[in-house]
Write a protein that binds this ligand. Sequence first.
Ligand SMILES: [Zn+2]
Length: 238
Amino acid sequence: MGKGLDARGSVHVLCYHTFMNRKTDYDVAPEEFKKQIEEMASMGYRFVKTEDVLAGRVTGDNNVWITIDDGNNSLNAVYNSALKPHGVKPLLFLYPGILDRKSVPYAMSYAEIKGFLNDGASAGAHGFYHLFLNEKQYKKDKKEFLKEIYGSRDTLESKLGRKMELFAYPFGVYSDLARDELAQAGFKYAFTINHGVVQVPLELNAEPLKLPRFLVTKSSWKNVRGILSKNLNKPRKS
Ligand SMILES: [Zn+2]
């Protein structure tokens, strides 16, 4: 804690991946995703924008921050139908290793990403090739390890013209080595997929470079919904 700040609010950060009608657990079908967004809205949750969280403008506890990992172009299938009606501006965690490549037909192009950004979405880095950022990877190939951090930052900043301050660990795998390197690289906040609620302003969190998220998959939604329901209108801690 510190800096004399008081928590003004908290936010549940949700982590999605693809919306394709596929059988994999990570995929949430477009209709199901729409239903989940509607469910959260009708429970009384507000969808917060990255810039408001970063500026500490989020108050209260009934907040959800939608993040979508990997840069899969199935976001197009749900953006207008599920997100727009509720004013949801997602935070996209991207890894340049797949973006804008004809050989990767499911990945977004930079033009598509810019379209979402121009509409109020935001972007963060998610590695370069989506490698584990643990000690084993560091020992195996330090250059590759560092490329995940510095390479993703530099490429996304130059392609998107935005400063990269947010990072999501590929596979949710983090380490103190990675955290220290992220700080060196100028990242202010990084996300795992450990369960937990994030305090706002973000500086109030004990580990700003290990912030929790709730991974939403076919099988986890029931549990995540239960947590959201339980935490709704919870009285504020002092
Ligand atoms: Zn990922």
